[in-house]
Design a protein around this ligand. Structure first.
Ligand code: P6P
Length: 334
């Protein structure tokens, strides 16, 4: 029996405390000639997440709830926290050499940052606070981001309009009962939880693989009668086969549950949103990359989401994404 002061096994245990920062640096070390530019961008996203999380946790106290009365490019009423989250991300990313251009749900056009030709090289697109209508009732909200390569000498918005399979990284932050940072850079999906007592994101899971099936579907059934027939046939089939329904109304919360527990999240075309409601570039594509990396599937109608060729930054799309077998069950009815 070793005495506590001679037992140093905790120093070599595989599940040692690993922060998001040390995970990113370890990933960087695997890439010959890596300059650290990409790591700095992830560091800016981590810092933004901590700042936004602190604002959300004190929302009612700081009276940052409620709307500004203004509208964003989507014609949606902007919540105070939408603007705060957006400005936080723009400030944190704008100071990073690696960022050539940022695109936000809250800004009509991409913002091109003056960078020398030998710096920059990435476009960061994001929804700063997804599901913000849940804020006032303390529901789940999140930040979703997508990172693409971008020629620093180009200020052509077309440069950012790349299909989702060109993403170099994607992730989201869920500000829920805990603050969770989920990230993929093409080598698996890794999950971190913010420990507010030390202000660090600690890794709680690596190389996440989602269940192939789970009898749960997630969609806004209030729109059911305006879904195309195939989706309505799927919902009838699911209800006849013992499926449960779970729907938060914030994509980050619904997709995070689907990632961890399995099931399928769908936002079909509706009468009000015939092309779908969700944004391709900074909601659907990053989530599709994450779910595919975790063994899931993601489609826009019958097309693989990551193959959709975008034509506009704020382009909308329908989505069916989740466990491979559950996505196939939806597609088989379309
Ligand atoms: P509905 C939030 O406004 C959002 O963009 C996504 O986060 C969410 O999945 C969807 O819209 C909810 O839309 O029509 O069900 O309220």
């Amino acid at each position: 029996m070793t005495s506590p002061d001679s037992d140093h096994s905790h120093l070599t245990r595989r599940d040692n405390l690993l922060t998001l920062q040390s995970h990113v640096l370890a990933e960087q070390a695997k890439i010959p000639g890596a300059t650290g530019t990409f790591s700095w961008i992830l560091s800016a996203l981590s810092l933004s997440a901590k700042v936004i999380s602190s604002k959300i946790r004190r929302a009612r106290i700081n009276d940052v709830l409620g709307s500004l009365g203004s509208e964003n490019v989507q014609g949606e009423t902007q919540q105070k926290l939408d603007v705060i989250a957006n400005e936080t991300l723009l400030r944190c990313l704008g100071s990073r050499e690696g960022v050539s251009v940022v695109g936000s749900e809250e800004n009509d056009d991409p913002i091109f940052l003056e960078r020398g030709r030998d710096s920059g090289g990435y476009a960061v697109l994001f929804d700063p606070l997804d599901g913000s209508s849940n804020i006032d009732c303390a529901g789940g909200v999140g930040t979703i981001f997508s990172i693409l390569r971008h020629d620093p000498s180009s200020s052509d918005v077309g440069e950012t309009l790349q299909p989702g399979h060109r993403q170099v990284a994607a992730g989201y932050v869920l500000y829920g009962s805990s603050t969770v940072f989920v990230l993929t850079s093409g080598n698996g999906v890794h999950m971190f939880v913010l420990d507010p007592t030390i202000g660090a994101f600690l890794r709680v899971a690596e190389n996440l693989q989602m269940p192939r099936k789970n009898k749960v579907y997630s969609c806004n059934e209030g729109n059911r009668l305006t879904f195309p027939d195939g989706y309505q046939r799927y919902l009838s089939w699911a209800q006849e086969n013992g499926y449960s329904s779970r729907y938060v109304g914030a994509m980050v919360a619904d997709v995070h549950r689907t990632l961890l527990q399995g099931g399928v999240f769908l936002y079909p075309p509706t009468k009000k949103a015939p092309d779908g409601k969700l944004r391709l570039m900074y909601e659907a594509n990053p989530m599709a990359m994450i779910l595919e990396q975790a063994g899931g599937r993601a489609f826009a109608g019958k097309q693989r989401l990551l193959d959709v060729i975008p034509s506009k930054l704020h382009q909308r799309t329908s989505v069916v994404m989740g466990s491979a077998d559950e996505v196939d069950a939806v597609l088989s009815h379309l």
